[in-house]
Design a protein around this ligand. Structure first.
Ligand SMILES: *[C@@H]1O[C@H](CO)[C@@H](O)[C@H](O)[C@H]1NC(C)=O
Ligand SMILES: *[C@@H]1O[C@H](CO)[C@@H](O)[C@H](O)[C@H]1NC(C)=O
Ligand SMILES: *[C@@H]1O[C@H](CO)[C@@H](O)[C@H](O)[C@H]1NC(C)=O
Length: 293
C-alpha cells in the first residue's frame, strides 16, 4: 500500500522534525549553578557514527612536534593516537609505549572553535592506568591563560588524585603557588571507571569538580580557585602526553597509556556569538525554553 507507506513516511518526518524543534536550544543552556550559556559543543563519542565522526565535527587533531628541553624525550602528537577505542566505548587518546626514537607519540584534540570565554565544560572519561603520562582537560590560549585538570598516571594514588591549576601554577621564584594550583585527592573515587570531570569558568572563579560512582556509591568533590582566572578568549583541549621528565609526567611509558572518553559537553559564551545576535536568534526561533544542562 504505497499511500500508507507515504503516510508513515510523512508521520515519521513530522515526528523527527518536532523532536528537532523540541530540542532547539536557541535560547541557550542553563547549567546546574543557574548560569546561562549561549553556545554548545556536544561531542558524543559513543554515537553510532563512531567517535572519530564526533572528533571531525568539532575538533582538530594535533600533529605538532614539541621539543622538550627538560624531558628525556620530545612530544610528537600523531593522528593515529586519537582513535575509536576497541570496545566501542568511546574515544581513545593514547601516549604510545616509548620506542626510544627520541619522541613519545602522543594524542591531542583542540576545539575548532576559538574565542571561548567562560562556560561549563564536562567530560565523562576514565584515566590511563599505565604510569608515565599526563592526561589533561583544559582551556588554553597561552601558558599564563589556562585552566587545567591533570591526572598523573605515575602517582601511586593516580585513580583518585587530581591537579587543578589556574596557570601560572608557580610563583615567580618557581615554588608551587598554593592559591593557583591545588593537588586534590578524592577519597573513595576510582577514576579508572567512567566519571564526570568538570570545569566551570566564571568571571571571578574557576570551579573544578568531579561526580562519579564507585561500588554503587556516589562520590563528588568540588574545588574553587579564584586566583589567575583567565580573562582571554581560548580554545578547549584534551591530551595524553609524556616527555619523561622526572618531576611531572615521569615516564616515558613502557606500554600504551590510554584515556577513554565517552563524551565532552562544552557550554559556553564565545566572541563569535554576541549577546545581541544570541537574543535575535532566540526570538527568531520563537523563544523556545532554555535547555537545562
Ligand atoms: C597570554 O595572553 C595574555 C592576554 O593576551 C597576555 O597578556 C600575556 O602576555 C600572554 N602570556 C604569554 C606567556 O604569552
Ligand atoms: C547518584 O548520582 C546519580 C547521577 O548523578 C543520581 O541520579 C542518583 O540519584 C544518585 N544517587 C544517590 C543515592 O545519591
Ligand atoms: C553568557 O551569555 C549569557 C546570555 O547572553 C549572559 O546572560 C551571561 O551573563 C554570559 N555569561 C558570562 C559569564 O559572560
Amino acid at each position: 500500500m504505497p499511500s500508507f507507506a507515504l503516510l508513515k513516511t510523512l508521520i515519521g518526518l513530522f515526528l523527527v522534525s518536532t523532536q528537532v524543534l523540541a530540542q532547539s536550544c536557541a535560547c541557550g543552556y542553563k547549567d546546574s549553578n543557574g548560569h546561562v550559556w549561549r553556545e554548545a559543543i556536544v561531542s558524543t563519542f559513543t554515537q553510532a557514527a563512531g567517535a572519530l565522526a564526533a572528533v571531525n565535527a568539532d575538533w582538530m587533531v594535533a600533529t605538532d612536534f614539541e621539543p622538550q628541553p627538560t624531558g628525556t624525550a620530545n612530544i610528537q602528537y600523531v593522528t593515529a593516537n586519537v582513535f575509536q577505542d576497541q570496545n566501542q566505548n568511546g574515544l581513545g587518546l593514547k601516549a604510545s609505549a616509548y620506542d626510544n626514537s627520541g619522541s613519545v607519540k602522543c594524542a591531542e584534540i583542540v576545539t575548532k572553535k576559538s574565542g571561548i570565554q567562560s562556560g561549563s565544560f564536562r567530560m565523562n572519561a576514565q584515566v590511563p592506568s599505565v604510569p608515565g603520562v599526563v592526561f589533561g582537560f583544559f582551556t588554553y590560549i597561552n601558558d599564563s591563560q589556562e585552566q587545567d585538570i591533570e591526572f598523573l598516571s605515575s602517582d601511586t594514588d593516580y585513580y583518585q588524585h587530581l591537579y587543578y591549576t589556574n596557570q601560572p601554577g608557580q610563583l615567580p621564584g618557581g615554588d608551587v603557588d598554593p592559591a593557583a594550583a591545588k593537588s586534590v585527592v578524592v577519597p573513595g573515587a576510582d577514576f579508572t571507571t567512567f566519571g564526570v570531570h568538570r570545569i566551570d569558568w566564571l568571571p571571578t572563579q574557576t570551579i573544578y569538580s568531579y561526580a562519579g560512582m564507585n561500588m554503587g556509591v556516589n562520590i563528588t568533590s568540588s574545588t574553587t580557585i579564584t586566583k589567575n582566572v583567565p580573562t582571554t578568549p581560548s580554545r578547549f583541549i584534551l591530551n595524553v602526553w609524556s616527555n619523561g621528565d622526572s618531576g611531572f609526567s615521569k615516564g616515558p611509558p613502557t606500554a600504551d597509556a590510554i584515556a577513554t572518553v565517552k563524551y565532552v559537553h562544552l557550554y559556553f559564551n564565545s566572541t563569535s556569538l554576541s549577546e545581541a545576535s544570541f537574543n535575535s536568534a532566540c526570538s527568531a526561533a520563537g523563544h523556545p525554553a532554555v535547555c537545562n544542562v
